[in-house]
Design a protein around this ligand. Structure first.
Ligand code: 13P
Length: 354
């Protein structure tokens, strides 16, 4: 079993490939649709997800897709389950399995992620529905006296319990402890808190007997807070992120797949590229598991219209190609400016016009 899981974990971080996070709950997706005046119905969510999952050419750059409960049960317009539509293209289906972050007793401005009750049974069902990996997100806020020790410890423990259960049920766990970029904190403070959280998470994973070879870490990059007076440069972000990861993430973990966390989509690509270009040891594959930074342009282009489906798919494939290049440290301005096209008559096979 662990050998199969290691193979899946390796495939998720295959050279030049990364993950599309499309696991927003109907509520979160509804808020994004509402901002653009798009009606949020089960059908519109399905149409949007199907556009992302069938974007011509994207499969060359996307190794896996994180769905959520509604999507993994949905069928596309031709009646085929969306999970099977992904698998048909060689994309691994994954699913978010946490039940969301709720206020933590004793520190009401912080949260602990819930969803451990009944998790074993839900994981078994998701595996039957085609999922081969899972995701659980913990949320850590930086504030004057935050995060509290109890918040870090409770979230690390839950992440480790989830990861152990996922491996038991044949799913590769993606372990996502997200230190939010909300606030006026400095780059240095983000580095210190991210390090504290990662140490706690890997200690808990060890305590719960999680096989590091069969999991992926999905961390935040080390950035200055979005209200910090001074924005860290791309080079500073890359250096601080790598320093922090080298100190905290064992080499046995096969890959690190960053979340985008609300960064501008192009900046998220630039940061990933700079991290991969930087000198020094990198014992893990370093890739992406972006939500907003992959989807934002696609959602804008689609705008809820059938006529926007082709442009939406093209926008997704374009960002996926740029981030694929960033995984190799070969992203350039020229690539960013070059529209991604797939030759007619060659469905699924991406040809480049550059
Ligand atoms: P963002 O890249 O938009 O932060 O989303 C990633 C994700 O999976 C959040 O849980």
């Amino acid at each position: 079993m662990t050998q199969d899981l290691t193979g899946v974990a390796g495939a998720l971080v295959a050279r030049g490939k990364g993950i599309l996070a499309a696991d927003e709950t109907p509520g979160t997706l509804g808020r994004r649709f509402e901002a653009l005046g798009i009606a949020c119905t089960e059908e519109s969510r399905r149409a949007y997800r199907e556009m992302l999952f069938t974007a011509p050419g994207a499969a060359e750059f996307i190794s896996g897709v994180i769905m959520q409960d509604e999507t993994i049960r949905q069928r596309g317009s031709a009646g085929r389950p969306l999970a099977a539509t992904l698998a048909d293209q060689g994309i691994l289906p994954g699913v978010k399995v946490d039940a969301g972050a709720r206020p933590i007793a004793g520190s009401p401005t912080e949260t602990v992620t819930e969803g451990l009750d009944g998790l074993r049974e839900r994981l078994a069902e998701y595996h039957r529905l085609g999922a081969r990996f899972a995701k659980w997100r913990a949320v850590i806020k930086i504030g004057e006296a935050l995060p509290s020790r109890m918040c870090v410890a409770a979230n690390a423990h839950a992440l480790a319990r989830y990861a152990a259960l996922s491996q038991e049920q044949g799913l590769v766990p993606i372990v996502e402890p997200e230190v939010l970029m909300d606030g006026d904190h400095t780059l240095e403070r983000c580095e210190a808190v991210t390090g504290q959280v990662l140490h706690a998470v890997f200690e808990a994973l060890d305590e719960q007997g999680v096989a590091l070879e069969a999991m992926l870490l999905k961390p935040n990059m080390v950035v200055s807070g979005d209200e910090c007076a001074e924005d860290a440069s791309v080079a500073e972000v890359a250096a601080a992120t790598l320093r922090c990861l080298r100190r905290c993430v064992p080499a046995a973990a096969p890959g690190i797949v960053f979340l985008s966390g609300g960064q501008d989509a192009r900046l998220a690509t630039l940061h990933l590229d700079a991290i991969n270009r930087a000198p020094g040891p990198k014992p893990w594959a370093i890739s992406f598991s972006y939500g907003r930074a992959l989807q934002d342009d696609a959602l804008q282009a689609w705008h809820g219209r059938d006529e926007g489906l082709a442009a939406g798919g093209q926008a997704l494939a374009h960002r996926a190609r740029c981030n694929s290049a960033a995984c190799l440290g070969t992203y350039t301005d020229e690539l960013e400016q070059t529209l991604f096209t797939v030759r007619a008559g060659a469905p699924g096979r991406a040809l480049r016009d550059d």
